[in-house]
Design a protein around this ligand. Structure first.
Ligand code: SAH
Ligand code: SF4
Ligand code: F3S
Length: 440
């Protein structure tokens, strides 16, 4: 038998890219590729790119430049660009970096095996279509390798919301939900391979409306179906839009014991003027009311969010409204970004906030978020949490896992195994994690 070919994938961006990279590795696994952690060993290098940050494409071009020498010394090495920059730039990538052999958009990964054959023949392969066929179905014949205890599962893709700052509707296309039976089959398969926690993914996951046996299912209905899967112990989902937070989903947070008490619900800003200009179609007040209702259903829920500061025309007063909202919600986690222009999006044309001002606001917001984060993490000390162990820790006899609230928890001398879920008494809170003892 010939040596297996080696594949090096570098993944940027959101969890959906992480999921997609796994699927691409499996698709190419069928063509005899095994993954390597070292680009120098690779027969094929794939960059799975993200377009959300400023100068994302430029960064991809400079990253590609670094492989030039490698390719010069190894003419059989094939280089591919996947993900959202591939979708946005398309052919331009091969024009600017002629050593790129393959460009594949997020909707075309199932065509990778054919594309690989083409590039092995010395041709170029480009596919940034939004094809009709179901890529997930085409990708499903994969090896039954054992998995870690926590896995992602894409249930919905794309977005129709067109927030004024965002490229996702352009790179991922229109909102599409996968049929429920296929998701359930995939979940069952994951559980058989050792998975105990599944995070359902979608750019707008709570807008899910996939076909079921008796009409479309909502995300909450899908969660209740997953709740019946034996051996699956934990369900999470991300990312949600406030406008799609339906009653049945809120209620599920109070009644579905497998649904973890953690919710990522980005608000982006606290000023109604800015929210309107962002085309978010919710107000600060409606968001706060929503959080209140979620907390009525599940009082201990830990909230997480995304923020953009320095959006065009944001004044100090507008920014203050963001701080007020954060002070009221108190997030356990939050991701905050300085607004950056994305060519082609409506906000790119508007008057920009001076960078120094935006930087200063970002710092103020982040220090408030860090304070809350710290308070919430510290409040876990003395409590008994449930921990799913994911990997060995840095020290002998140490295991690291995640609590129901998504905090990292370290335990020493417990004899716990990866995949175990244990009751843990939290004894201390460190910079980025908690420490505890398994309760016998
Ligand atoms: N679908 C998700 C988020 C997708 S992008 C949602 O609706 O919440 C992830 C985050 O990146 C966004 O929530 C936003 O906070 C940030 N982001 C997107 N475009 C941005 C831009 N042009 N500048 C700064 N941050 C941006
Ligand atoms: Fe982007 Fe808005 Fe869609 Fe989220 S909801 S992906 S921020 S357009
Ligand atoms: Fe980035 Fe595309 Fe995800 S732009 S955040 S990789 S959907």
């Amino acid at each position: 038998m010939s040596e297996p070919k080696k594949l090096y994938i570098k993944t940027y961006g959101c969890q959906m890219n992480v999921y997609d990279s796994e699927r691409m590795a499996e698709a190419l696994g069928g063509k005899g590729y095994v993954e390597t952690k070292f680009p120098d060993d690779a027969d094929m290098i794939l960059l799975n790119t993200c377009h959300i940050r400023e100068k994302a494409a430029e960064k991809v071009y400079s990253e590609l430049g670094r492989f030039k020498g490698l390719k010069a010394g190894k003419p059989d090495l094939k280089i591919g660009v996947a993900g959202c920059v591939a979708q946005a730039e398309g052919e331009e990538i091969m024009r600017r970096q002629p050593m790129v052999d393959l460009v594949v958009g997020p909707q075309s990964y199932h065509r990778l095996p054919e594309m690989e054959a083409k590039v092995r023949e010395g041709e170029k392969a480009l596919d940034t279509d939004f094809p009709e066929e179901d890529k997930f179905e085409k990708l499903k014949n994969r090896p039954k390798a054992k998995r870690g205890p926590s896995a992602f599962l894409t249930v919905q893709e794309g977005c129709d919301k067109f927030c004024a700052f965002c490229v996702v509707p352009y790179t991922r296309g229109a909102e599409v939900s996968r049929p429920a039976d296929r998701i359930l089959r995939e979940a069952q398969d994951l559980v058989e391979r050792g998975v105990r926690e599944i995070t359902l993914l979608g750019q707008n996951v709570n807008a899910y409306h996939g076909a079921g046996a008796n009409g479309d299912l909502t995300l909450a209905q899908l969660i209740w179906e997953l709740d019946k899967v034996d051996g699956l112990e934990r369900i999470r989902f991300t990312t949600s839009h406030p406008n799609d937070m339906m009653d049945d989903l809120i209620e599920a947070h109070g009644t579905c014991s497998k649904l973890m008490p953690y919710l990522h619900l980005p608000v982006q800003a606290g000023s109604d003027k800015i929210l309107k200009r962002m085309n978010r179609s919710h107000t600060a007040e409606s968001y706060l009311r929503l959080v209140e209702r979620i907390r009525e259903a599940r009082p201990d829920i830990v909230m997480s969010g995304d923020f953009i500061v320095g959006f065009p025309e944001e004044t100090e007063e507008d920014f203050q409204a963001t701080l007020d909202l954060v002070e009221q919600v108190k997030y356990g986690y939050a991701y905050s970004f300085k607004y950056s222009t994305r060519p082609g999006t409506p906000a790119a044309e508007r008057a920009q906030v001076p960078a120094a001002e935006a930087d200063e606001r970002l710092q103020r917001l982040q220090s408030m978020i860090t304070r809350h984060q710290r308070e919430i993490q510290d409040s876990m000390v003395g409590r008994e949490l449930s921990v799913l162990f994911e990997k060995p820790g840095r020290f002998d006899d140490q295991m690291v896992g995640k609590s129901e609230y998504l905090h990292s928890v370290h335990v020493t001398g417990s004899k716990a195994n990866i995949g175990d879920i244990a009751r843990v008494k939290i004894v201390s809170s460190g910079t980025n994690s908690l420490a505890g003892e398994v309760i016998r």
